[in-house]
Design a protein around this ligand. Structure first.
Ligand SMILES: NC(=O)c1ccc[n+]([C@@H]2O[C@H](COP(=O)([O-])OP(=O)(O)OC[C@H]3O[C@@H](n4cnc5c(N)ncnc54)[C@H](O)[C@@H]3O)[C@@H](O)[C@H]2O)c1
Length: 373
């Protein structure tokens, strides 16, 4: 039996996933908010509650889901790993380059499972495209895009006017402070590649100059293969949200996610039309037979966990990593590389958009843990 403790109310998004699995039990919930503890533990039948995280770590649990504000992820992950617990962490992995290396060192030393819960990787269309890339249907893929457009200005304040953590750790940062939703799925389409360098430029401050974050930033990730990924983050502009826009270009085809107003996921593959002058998009839904088997076979119980089973499969992958010893679906090296894109983009944007070299989290020694310009 794997006993799980959740810290931070948002971590309850995993609860239906855990409940759908045998031999797993959510045993404890920890949050500073006593009302939340009372309500949610009752609603989900969670036997133990804690306000103090360290107290929960001393209890009989085997794994922790960390869903507190971003700046707490690494300290709480390290505490959990040192206490012998496996960790499923919300995004992003951390907030400074140095703490990411510390996280990697602790995971390696602890021999426990660390996985980042990047749920946008589990969006069915992103999984479907991943499968089609693996089957070579796009030929050689060489350009991808991800956009996260989500006006979060109202989340910088509580109802009573006090500032929340998001004011400082998200809107208080320059660059792509929240890159993993946009980048993660695209990086999975470029499986085996790694990011070599990151550059970022912004539009300046027009809508809400009280924040450090510019209206829009564009971040370019140059891969070791020379291929390119472009990320747009906009959490300031006043406009409809679009948190999951992606595109992909390969030698034999391309894909674009919807941008709104009746738009749909669409695809074009070489051979569909005689030439590109008359090339027409086809709906991606015509290709749903390329969905991974487990998505096609998702039960009502799996789907109930959220996002067409995506929220269940995250939990399933985490538990499989613990029980079967398989590589976590998004391991600490991927978590740190994807997160570091945001941290390096901040340095880049404050240095006129120059490329910042990505360290290799798999290889690095303490002496190499410098940021190369
Ligand atoms: N993957 C996604 O789609 C997604 C969506 C939203 C938020 N997030 C991530 O989830 C995390 C939480 O975001 P949120 O919107 O729920 O924030 P929030 O501010 O609404 O909630 C944070 C919760 O953590 C609790 N908390 C804070 N410090 C604590 C501590 N030391 N010990 C115990 N509990 C503590 C708070 O009481 C609160 O209930 C963030 O890292 C955010 O980036 C991810």
């Amino acid at each position: 039996m794997i006993r799980v403790g959740i810290v931070g109310g948002r971590g309850l998004s995993t609860i239906l996933g855990f409940k759908a699995l045998d031999n797993v039990k959510v045993e404890a919930l920890c949050d500073l908010d006593e009302d939340l503890l009372k309500e949610q533990s009752k609603k989900h039948n969670i036997p133990k509650t804690y306000r103090i995280y360290e107290d929960m770590l001393e209890s009989q649990i085997d794994a922790v889901v960390i869903a507190t504000p971003m700046q707490l992820h690494v300290p709480q992950a390290i505490q959990a790993l040192e206490a012998g617990k496996h960790v499923l962490s919300e995004v992003t992995a951390g907030v400074t380059m140095d703490e990411l290396w510390w996280l990697v060192e602790t995971v390696e030393k602890s021999k426990k499972v660390y996985m980042m819960a990047e749920n946008y990787c589990y969006i069915p269309e992103n999984q479907l495209i991943r499968n089609m890339v693996a089957k070579g249907l796009f030929g050689e893929v060489y350009f991808g895009e991800g956009e996260y457009i989500h006006d979060i200005k109202s989340l910088a304040k509580y109802d009573d006017g006090r500032s929340t953590w998001r004011k400082f750790w998200q809107l208080g940062k320059r660059g792509a402070f929240y890159p993993t939703h946009s980048l993660g799925p695209v990086m999975q389409w470029f499986e085996g590649d790694q990011i070599e360098a990151v550059a970022c430029v912004g539009t300046g401050w027009h809508t809400a100059p009280e924040f450090r974050q510019e209206d829009t930033t564009i971040t370019l990730c140059k891969l070791k293969s020379g291929k390119l990924i472009k990320i747009r983050i906009d959490c300031i502009s006043e406009r409809p949200h679009n948190m999951a826009y992606y595109s992909l270009q390969g030698t034999k085809g391309c894909y674009e996610a919807p941008r709104g107003l009746g738009d749909d996921h669409k695809i074009w593959l070489k051979g569909m039309d005689e030439n590109t002058d008359i090339a027409k998009w086809r709906p991606l839904r015509d290709f749903y037979y390329y969905l991974p088997e487990r998505y096609k076979n998702a039960t009502e119980e799996h789907k109930k966990a959220g996002h067409w089973g995506g929220d269940f499969f995250i939990v399933q992958d985490f538990v499989d990593a613990i029980t079967k010893g398989v590589k976590p679906a998004i391991d600490v090296y991927q978590a740190c590389e994807w997160t570091a894109v945001g941290l390096l983009s901040e340095l880049s944007v404050t240095n006129g958009g120059r490329f910042m070299a990505m360290p290799d989290f798999r290889e690095s020694t303490r002496e190499e843990q410098i940021i190369k310009l």
